[in-house]
Design a protein. Structure first.
Length: 760
């Protein structure tokens, strides 16, 4: 070291400690033994980590090569490296700083031969993994249609995340993966990886765990090498990472883990919140330091977030506070439906912008990616610049493009690009050879691909299996096209997605993103219901896709709550707080009380992203598969401290006053008239959830009684979102003939209009 050791006493006046508050200072100076730093949102976690690293080096307790610092993202690693260099006044060389996988790969290359690998092994991405696994399945005569490679790979990844090698996967763990042959396929897959001198990302951690468990001399070398271990985002580690860290820490027992149990939101990808909750048990004598002073949000935002998360039982417990301003109450707004919610948010954004607020300081946080569609449509109408963070825009998502391709072929059989896109999706045995033959036939006679297909199936140009598959697909398209003359286009779209096998493909896909893709497909059907015909909808999408994203300039951020972790904004809109949507029904069904607590942590993350204001909203109705469904406000709304929120509603849209503070919103138990579907007078029961999120029960609710068309009569004045104001000319069931002031006479469905005096 080029500086002499300094004193570690708490009253030492080291310059790098000057900016720390007492709790942060304690976290930095507690250098001996295991330490858990519970760092609440906005409490200066990064400052503590970087200052602690600098302190170890400045005081001579360790040189760079004796410190192992693990982060979860490359961005965090770069930020930590730059900040430590700033505190030291010089770059740091030779230390072990990086993500779990980067450090694991570095170590593995040092000992690759012990695991049957060479030092220059390659790391496969997901596409290469799937390709390799498909080869294994084919060699073992396992039908990829019954047991898709993606599903089998997902199971293997889960086993690796839990630290399980093929030899340690029990029969109970294996279940019916790959028809009961999952463990054997796992072993063969690993053999193929070694033969290729390759490993996947799960192997990087698993192989390091194996090194420590099976080679004592390797573990002893690690113990001599690393005097201090620091781990960021400890609440997000999986079982394999936890087991590896615990082995490494046995050398000097100087393990410092920084995390927040209240922000553990990645259980669906293997993270175990129990790892952080049992820290004191796993590391006897551990010191727990709580960082509770927040430097980001107003007092009311923090009080609201703390009040909400206090309903969780599986937590250490801490309360965020600030010396900053108390701030305004959080606004809670009830709206008629998703479209009204998007319109309201758009108006609020424009209002904030007129008062000098930057679009770059605003964000809309959603539980699922499918929710973005209505906001995107509204922002395009307003000409409001926006960006989707962590994903593609709605109509640019793969599954939406696939579904739209099916619909375009039905509407326009000569659409070659669309036909080729869905030809073998899902797989029908129509591979490259078939596509090549179709193109050759189409070019030779200058006809569309579909017409070429009709000609080829009557010849011997294609293999018999391909001819049968292609003949069936052509018959399907003909049948679906005929259905348009008899069924609403929304129903036809559902039939297409089901009968084509496309929906089933994603239902059988066990990857983490499959449920989100299914939700997006449902939202596509909802979007179609706003249009009178399939042709009108396809034209609308074409126009939307033609609007290029604004280059540069300020934009509103739209993202899921998961993507928002680690970010902060002056204004945060939290949309769609309804039972079933948030907390998400799938999470409750699959994980019960644990799932509910993770959903509540996700709500806590959303609230604590805001610096100055939170505007939270929910709708009384949501459209599902083109039909209106009443929605009940989320139980999380009911759990917000009433003294810190201000309740608003669109009076007159609901037929009843919005529940006020003290009367309760969510969970179903206090629900009276809120969320009743005025277009469905026969509906007298609603689904709700027990507090533990497990069992469902039915509760009787009072519903506004209307006639089958919502009280519309001849001569009545109405408003339609697309056609504007008009007068009812004829009433037939739930269909109305309306003379619109500007658009002339149109036939519309009653649920698409509201009385003139209720037009928002």
């Amino acid at each position: 070291m080029d500086q002499p050791p300094l004193s570690d006493s708490p009253d030492a006046t080291h310059p790098h400690l000057a900016a720390l508050n007492p709790a942060q200072r304690e976290a930095v100076l507690t250098v001996d033994g295991p330490v858990l730093v519970l760092a609440g949102a906005g409490t200066g976690k990064t400052r503590v980590l970087t200052t602690r690293l600098a302190h170890l080096l400045l005081t001579g307790r360790a040189h760079p090569g004796q410190v192992l610092a693990v982060t979860f993202t490359n961005k965090a690693a770069r930020q930590m490296k730059d900040r430590v260099a700033g505190l030291l006044g010089r770059p740091v060389e030779g230390w072990w700083l990086g993500t779990f996988h980067a450090i694991a790969a570095r170590i593995l290359r040092m000992h690759a031969e012990k695991l049957g690998l060479q030092t220059n092994f390659t790391i496969l991405d997901t596409d290469d993994q799937l390709r390799l696994l498909k080869q294994v399945l084919t060699a073992e005569n396992i039908d990829d249609r019954k047991h898709p490679a993606r599903v089998v790979l997902s199971a293997i990844d889960r086993w690796k995340d839990r630290g399980l090698t093929p030899e340690s996967v029990s029969a109970g763990e294996a279940g019916d993966v790959a028809g009961g042959r999952g463990v054997a396929i796992y072993a063969l897959y690993e053999d193929r990886l070694r033969a290729l001198n390759a490993c996947d990302f799960g192997d990087l951690i698993l192989h390091n765990l194996t090194l420590c468990q099976k080679f004592p001399e390797v573990l002893a070398d690690f113990h001599r090498r690393f005097r201090y271990l620091l781990v960021d985002e400890y609440q997000d580690i999986n079982v394999a990472q936890y087991l590896w860290l615990r082995l490494l820490a046995r050398g000097h027992n100087n393990l410092c883990c920084v995390g927040d149990d209240d922000q553990s939101i990645y259980g669906w990808r293997g993270a175990e919140v129990d790892n952080i909750l049992r820290f004191e048990k796993d590391f006897p004598g551990a010191k727990v330091v709580r960082l509770e002073r927040n430097y980001r949000s107003t007092g009311r935002i923090l009080a609201t977030a703390s009040g909400l998360i206090a309903h969780n039982e599986g937590r250490f417990g801490k309360t965020l506070w600030t010396e900053g301003e108390e701030g305004d109450k959080l606004r809670v707004r009830g709206l008629w439906d998703g479209e009204a919610e998007a319109r309201f948010v758009g108006e609020e954004i424009e209002s904030l912008q007129r008062h000098g607020e930057s679009l770059a300081t605003m964000a809309i946080l959603l539980r699922t990616g499918a929710q973005s569609r209505e906001f995107e449509e509204r922002f395009l109408t307003l000409g409001l610049p926006y960006r989707i963070v962590g994903g593609a825009r709605f109509y640019e998502r793969m599954e939406i493009r696939d579904a739209m391709a099916y619909l375009r072929v039905i509407e326009s059989p000569s659409h070659d690009l669309a036909f080729e896109r869905v030809l073998n999706k899902p797989k029908r045995g129509l591979g490259e050879a078939t596509v090549r033959a179709l193109h050759e036939a189409a070019r030779a006679t200058e006809i569309p691909l579909m017409e070429a297909a009709r000609r080829l199936v009557g010849t011997d140009e294609l293999r018999p299996a391909a001819r049968r598959s292609l003949t069936g697909l052509l018959a399907d398209f003909d049948r679906w096209r005929d259905l348009l003359a008899h069924l609403p286009h929304t129903e036809v779209a559902e039939v297409v997605l089901d009968e084509s096998g496309y929906t089933g493909m994603w239902m059988n896909d066990k990857s983490a993103d499959a449920p989100g893709r299914l939700e997006n497909l449902k939202e596509l059907i909802n979007a179609m219901a706003d249009f009178e015909s399939l042709a009108g909808f396809l034209e609308h999408v074409a126009l939307v896709m033609d609007l290029n994203e604004a280059e540069g300039g300020e934009m509103v951020s739209v993202m899921t709550l998961h993507a928002a972790k680690g970010l902060e904004f002056d204004t945060v809109f939290l949309a769609g707080w309804e039972e079933g949507l948030f907390p998400n029904q799938r999470a409750l069904d699959e994980s019960g009380a644990r799932g509910l607590e993770e959903e509540r942590r996700l709500a806590y993350v959303g609230l604590t992203r805001a610096r100055q204001r939170v505007i939270l909203s929910f709708a009384a109705n949501r459209r599902l598969h083109g039909s209106w469904t009443p929605a009940i406000p989320s139980r999380f709304v009911d759990e917000l401290p009433k003294e810190h929120i201000e309740v608003e509603s669109d009076q007159g849209l609901y037929g009843a006053p919005v529940p006020g503070a003290g009367s309760g919103f969510g969970g179903g138990s206090n629900f009276t008239e809120w969320g009743a579907n005025r277009w469905s007078p026969g509906m007298t029961r609603a689904r709700a959830r027990q507090p533990d999120g497990a069992a469902t029960f039915a509760t009787t609710v009072r519903v506004i009684e209307n006639d089958p068309v919502g009280g519309f009569v001849r001569g009545g004045r109405i408003f339609h979102r697309k056609f504007g104001y008009g007068t009812v000319a004829e009433v037939e069931g739930d269909r109305l003939d309306i003379d619109f002031d500007k658009a002339g006479r149109k036939k519309v469905i009653a649920s698409f209009v509201v009385p003139e005096d209720q037009a928002g």
